[in-house]
Write a protein that binds this ligand. Structure first.
Ligand code: C5P
Length: 407
C-alpha cells in the first residue's frame, strides 16, 4: 500500500508551555518540517525562558505567536482561525498547570484559546516532577482529557530537573513524532487499494490567444482530497485544470486547460477507475469561436456567443459499470439542498457533496470548508467548518463508511 509523506500538507500547531523540556521542542519542529508538515508554533510567555522564539521561528519558517495582539494598533492573532487552520495540535511540554487549565476550559493565553476553539485532534506530552505527575489532581485532569478524546503521550521514567528520579520526563521528540505519525495515518478504508479518478481546479475557455472565461476555483479542496486518498492507500489519477497551489505528489497527474480537454482525459481514464470524484469547477459554456488574434478594443461593446460544454460527470455516470461509483460536487447560491438533490438524480450519482456559498469560511480560495453530503439512498450528513485537509479526511472517512454499508 502506498503511504508516503503523510505529514505533507499537514498543518500542525506546536504549543509550547513553560518547562525545562521546552529545550527539546526545536527537534520536534525539525522532524515535522522534514516530513513536509506546515508548522505554526504558539508558545506561552513562560516557555520563552526555556527556548527562544527566534530558534523556533527559524526552524518552523513561520513567525512564532504568543500574544492575542500582533501590535499596539490592535491587530490580533485570531485564535479561532488558527484552530480551524490546524489538522493537529501537539502541546509539548504540557506542565501540570496547562493540564489543569485544559481540563477546566481556562483560556488566559493565546494557546489555551486555540485549544478551546480546536476541532482537530490534540496531543499533549506532559512533563513535570514525579510527585506533581502522581498527584490526584493531575491524574484526575489527565483522565478528564482522555475522556474528551485528547491523546496523552505518557511521560518517561528517569532523572528529573529537581534531581529526583521517577516518572515525569517529557517523551523524547522522536517518540512524540511517532505518536503523531501513528495516529495521523488513517486506518485502511473503502478507498484503500482502489483506483480513483479525481478532477480538481477550474477550466479555462479561450476567447482569444490571451483571454479566457474562467472561475475562482483554487484546486485546494480537490488536492486535499487527493492527499487524503493517497494517505488511505488509493491509486489516484488526478486530472486538474487551473489551480493556485502545488500539485500533489505520489499520484498520476494530468494537467488540462479547457472543459473539452478535461472531458477527453476523463473519458480515457474512466474505464480503469473504481470511483470517480468530480471536484473540478468545469465551465458550463465556452465561446463558439476562438479569435485567432487578440481582440482589439475598437468597438464599444462586443458579443461573445457561448455554447454548452459536455457535462463530463453526467456522461460518465450514465455509462458507468454496475460496480463503478460516481461522486459529484455542487455549489449552489439558492435553494441549495433541493438543487443538489436534483443534480444527484439527474446526473445518476451515488453521492453529491454540497459546498455552501453562503458560508464565508467555505468555498473558493479560502483554506477552510464546510460541506453537506447527500446520497442516492437518502442518507445525508454534514461536515462542519475545518481546514480543507481535515474536511477532506472526514469526507472520505464518512463516504467510506457509507460505501462499506451499501456496496
Ligand atoms: O451542473 P453543475 O455544474 O452544478 O454540477 C457540478 C458537478 O458536475 C461537479 O461535480 C462538476 O465537476 C461536474 N461538471 C462536469 N461537467 C460540466 C459541469 C459540471 O462534470 N460541464
Amino acid at each position: 500500500m502506498l503511504r508516503k509523506n503523510h505529514f505533507k500538507n499537514k498543518k500542525i500547531i506546536v504549543g509550547i508551555t513553560g518547562g525545562i523540556a521546552a529545550y527539546k521542542v526545536p527537534q520536534l519542529v525539525r522532524l515535522l518540517k522534514k516530513e513536509g508538515a506546515e508548522v505554526q508554533v504558539v508558545m506561552t510567555d513562560a516557555a520563552k525562558s526555556f527556548v527562544t522564539p527566534q530558534t523556533l521561528s527559524v526552524l518552523s519558517e513561520n513567525p512564532v505567536l504568543s500574544d492575542f495582539f500582533k501590535n499596539t494598533q490592535g491587530e490580533w492573532n485570531n485564535h479561532v482561525h488558527l484552530a480551524l487552520w490546524a489538522d493537529a495540535i501537539i502541546i509539548a511540554p504540557a506542565g501540570a498547570n496547562t493540564l489543569a487549565k485544559m481540563a477546566h476550559g481556562l483560556c488566559d493565553n493565546l494557546l489555551m484559546s486555540v485549544i478551546l476553539s480546536a476541532r482537530c485532534p490534540i496531543w499533549v506530552a506532559p512533563a513535570m516532577d514525579l510527585d506533581m505527575w502522581t498527584h490526584a489532581s493531575t491524574q484526575t485532569n489527565i483522565q478528564t482529557l482522555i475522556d474528551r478524546g485528547i491523546h496523552i503521550i505518557e511521560p518517561e521514567d528517569g532523572e528529573l530537573a529537581s534531581g529526583l528520579t521517577g516518572k515525569g520526563r517529557m517523551a523524547e521528540p522522536e517518540q512524540i513524532f511517532s505518536a503523531l505519525e501513528n495516529q495521523l495515518l488513517p486506518p485502511p478504508n473503502f478507498f484503500t487499494g482502489k483506483r480513483i479518478l479525481l478532477t480538481a481546479g477550474g477550466t479555462q475557455e479561450a476567447i482569444d490567444p490571451v483571454r479566457f472565461i474562467g472561475n475562482h476555483s483554487s484546486g485546494k479542496m480537490g488536492f486535499a482530497i487527493a492527499d487524503a486518498l493517497i494517505q488511505s492507500g488509493a491509486t489516484v489519477d488526478l486530472v486538474f485544470g487551473s489551480v493556485s497551489i502545488a500539485i500533489p505528489e505520489n499520484c498520476n497527474t494530468y494537467g488540462v486547460t479547457s472543459a473539452n480537454e478535461m472531458h477527453q482525459q476523463c473519458l480515457a481514464l474512466f474505464p480503469k477507475c473504481d470511483i470517480l470524484i468530480m471536484a473540478a469547477a468545469v465551465a458550463d459554456f465556452a465561446p463558439v469561436e476562438v479569435a485567432s488574434q487578440k481582440i482589439k478594443k475598437t468597438e464599444d461593446s462586443i458579443t461573445i456567443t457561448l455554447k454548452k460544454n459536455p457535462d463530463i460527470l453526467s456522461e460518465l455516470s450514465e455509462n458507468k459499470r454496475n460496480n463503478q461509483i460516481t461522486v459529484g460536487f455542487a455549489l449552489e447560491t439558492e435553494n441549495e439542498k433541493n438543487n443538489a438533490l436534483a443534480k444527484l438524480q439527474k446526473k445518476n450519482l451515488d453521492c453529491i457533496v454540497l459546498n455552501s456559498q453562503s458560508n464565508p469560511d467555505a468555498g473558493f480560495g479560502v483554506d477552510t470548508n464546510a460541506v453537506t453530503v447527500l446520497c442516492k439512498d437518502g442518507a445525508q450528513w454534514q461536515i462542519p467548518t475545518a481546514s480543507k485537509s481535515l474536511v477532506a479526511q472526514q469526507l472520505l472517512q464518512s463516504l467510506s463508511e457509507w460505501l462499506t454499508k451499501t456496496h
